[in-house]
Write a protein that binds this ligand. Structure first.
Ligand code: ADP
Ligand code: MG
Length: 288
């Protein structure tokens, strides 16, 4: 099972929209998909019309109690299963703070719940806290949604520093698959500049870096009102507006993701040294 974390500590960049619609597109393509909603705001769950009460089992119980992912999982369609979130998840970071192996709770629970799934997507909260670290410890791939405005690259250095630390300490297989530009205004100078900046930054990666080989996905997600409307109907864009640009773009992105071979761990990956993280802040300084 490929495990892909959708992360960016900024809110409103398109993480949830990407997680939900890529998950739906992959399931439509015949993949068996698991989506774990790891954001206390539970936007991905709400997107499917699943709003659960505190008494029901959610990702919160999986992380903080003796509950399995299977206990929380809900089948949305034949090939698509959701592990919903609940606002209680806010408290998980504090509750876990004193526990041993608190960073790898999700990784261990996921290892026990692989059966039958081809892909697992994790929709992360807009932070680099313990919840996101749990996602990074469980994943082997990272996709970073980015909104191409002039501060787009700000924060990317910090994000990659966190990725590097998790890779060194917990999960040597972890690597960045790519950056996807969301709410993209094709044809504008600014969007093109941001795209070029990101591509240039990624191309400078050294073989030991977690983002070595990462790409800016050729598919960009255009700004499309249908994508913003569909959550309030509890539908993915494929059900809500199947012939929209939003559906077209997410179907294309899912095909691109599917075409990437699952990354194999290579011995040099484990030896990322401190010079790696020293190089990271350069991203923050990059003109955007
Ligand atoms: P995040 O999960 O990173 O906070 P969301 O996916 O929730 O971001 O997106 C933030 C807001 O922008 C939501 O209201 C969402 O519906 C909207 N949105 C996301 N992608 C697009 C897009 N391509 N076109 C128009 N609206 C979008
Ligand atoms: Mg979100």
């Amino acid at each position: 099972m490929r495990v892909i974390a959708i992360i960016n500590q900024k809110g409103g960049v398109g993480k949830t929209t990407t997680a939900v619609n890529v998950a739906a597109a992959l399931a439509r393509d015949g993949q068996h998909v698991l989506l774990v909603d790891l954001d206390p705001q539970a936007h991905a769950s709400i997107h499917f019309g699943i709003e659960i009460g505190a008494e029901e089992i959610s990702a919160y119980d999986v992380l903080t109690r003796d509950m399995a992912l299977a206990d929380a999982a809900r089948r949305v369609t034949e090939r698509f299963v959701l592990v919903p979130s609940h606002i209680d998840l806010v408290g998980a970071e504090l509750e876990l703070a004193e526990r041993p192996q608190r960073e790898t709770v999700l990784a261990r629970k996921l290892a026990a719940y692989q059966d039958g799934f081809d892909v697992c997507l994790i929709d992360c909260a807009p932070s680099l806290g313990l919840l996101t670290v749990n996602a990074l410890a469980a994943a082997e791939e990272i996709i970073i949604p980015l909104q191409p405005h002039f501060l787009a690259l700000q924060g990317l250095g910090r994000l990659l520093q966190t990725v590097t630390l998790v890779r060194q300490a917990l999960n040597p297989r972890l690597r960045v698959s790519g950056v996807v530009l969301c709410m993209h205004e094709r044809g504008t100078k600014l969007a093109q500049e941001v795209q070029d900046d990101v591509a240039r930054f990624l191309a400078r990666a050294a073989p030991g870096d977690a983002w070595f080989g990462a790409r800016v996905f050729a598919t960009t997600i255009r700004r499309n009102i249908k994508l913003a409307e569909c959550p309030s109907f509890g539908q993915t864009v494929f059900d809500y507006a199947p012939s929209s640009h939003g559906a077209e773009d997410y179907a294309a992105l899912a095909r691109e993701i599917l075409a990437l071979a699952a990354p194999a761990a290579s011995p040099q990956d484990t030896s990322a040294d401190l010079s790696t993280s020293a190089a990271v802040p350069a991203a923050d300084a990059a003109p955007a």
